[in-house]
Design a protein around this ligand. Sequence first.
Ligand code: ADP
Length: 265
Amino acid sequence: TTFVVHCAFFDTPIGTGVLVSFEDVTHVEQAGQMRRDFVANVSHELRTPLTALLGFIETLRGPARNDEAARDRFLGIMAAEAERMERLVKDLLSLSRVESEERMRPTARVDLSELTASVLNRLDPLASSAHVALRRDLPATPVVVPGDEDQLRQVLTNLIENAIKYGGAGGEVSVTLTRSDMTGALRGPGASIVVADKGPGIDLVHLPRLTERFYRVDSHRSREMGGTGLGLAIVKHIVNRHRGRLRIDSEPGEGSRFSVILPSL
Ligand code: ADP
C-alpha cells in the first residue's frame, strides 16, 4: 500500500496547528507500474525481431554478399521476423481498440451459429495440417447475440487457434455452441461457446494470469508457434465489452476448456 501524506500548517486568529491527511494512491501506483511493464514488454517483443533483421542485413551486405544460397535462406528468416513484428503490431492495435471501446456496448445482431461455422471452415486447413480433428456441435437454427461481428470472430479464432496450437497433441478439438441462460447479475438468455482440447492442459498456477498481456506458460513454444502473448488478453476484453464471461478450466494431462457465455436476444 502506498500513501501520499499531505501536510498543511495554519496560523489563524482562532488558533494555529497542522492538518495532516493521508491519501491512498495504491491503485495509481499499480496503474503506473502496469503501464511501465507494458511498455517494457512491447519494447522487448519488438526489439528481438528487429535485432535479428539488422543482423541479417549486415551479413547480406558483407560476408554473404555473393552467396546466393545463403541470401535466399536469410531472406526467408528475415520475412518470418518481419511477419512476427507485423502480428505484434496488429494485436497491439486490436487490444488498444477493444480496451478503448469497452464502455460502448455493441448493438449489431450477430448469428453465432453462422459465425462459428464460418470460423471453423476457415481453420479447417490449419487443423488438418496439425493432424487435429476439428469437431463441431452447432445448433441448426440461429443463435443471435447483440455484438460486433469482427470482434466475436476474433474471439472464436483466437480460442480455436490456441486449442489447435497448444492442445493439438490430443488429436481432437471440439467447438460446442448452445443456448444457455446467464446467471447472477446479468441473468437472462445467453449463448455458450465451449472450445475444448485434449492436449497437455495448463497448470493451475497459470490459470489466473492467462489473460494478462504477454503472459505465456512457455514463451519459447509460444514464439515458435507465432504467438504474440496478447491473444487471450484481447479475448477477455472483447468478452467484457459484450457483457459476457470467460471461464478457463484445465486438467493437466487431460486438456483445457475455454468457455464464453454471452447475453443473447
Ligand atoms: P499466445 O500468443 O502466446 O498464444 P495467448 O494470450 O493466446 O498468447 O495465450 C497465452 C498462453 O496461454 C499461451 O502462450 C499458452 O501458453 C497458453 N494457452 C492458451 N491456450 C491454451 C490451450 N488450449 N492449451 C494449453 N495452453 C494454452
